[in-house]
Unconditional design. Structure first.
Length: 132
């Protein structure tokens, strides 16, 4: 579980969103949007390791899935798990760009899951791509 804040940020612009003031327009094609899950400390451990999953999903204006990536920690899990200190803060990134179009509204969904307990933290952002 996530005991800390969840931030959505665009480091290139040195901005960090206030959860009460989530942006609704983004204008930086080919830049990264990050969702950072902070305070991830409630992992169920076996042999001192956590089994985590992270995923991202981007849907377009028509609701169709444009991008979906799951099991982003597969390599670590296959190697026996992840040291919980390494995943106290989990950043997930999305690169804005093709096939996204200016003037269209998109929805990004980010999720981190403890694979042992199925506990999760989830965040999402709807935004419209605007010309810079």
């Amino acid at each position: 579980a996530c005991s800390g804040p969840i931030f959505i940020t665009m480091p290139e612009k040195n901005t960090l969103t206030d959860p009460k003031k989530t942006p609704t327009a983004l204008s930086s094609i080919a830049t990264k949007l990050y969702c950072v899950f902070a305070g991830m400390t409630a992992w169920k451990l076996e042999n001192g390791k956590a089994l985590a999953d992270a995923s991202i999903k981007l849907t377009g204006p028509d609701g169709k899935v444009i991008l979906e990536s799951t099991d982003l920690f597969k390599e670590y899990n296959d190697a026996g798990g992840i040291d919980p200190k390494e995943i106290e803060s989990v950043p997930i990134s999305l690169t804005l760009g093709d096939p996204m179009e200016y003037g269209k509204t998109y929805k990004a969904e980010f999720m981190v899951v403890d694979k042992r307990t199925k506990g999760f933290a989830k965040a999402g952002l709807s935004f419209t791509m605007t010309k810079p």
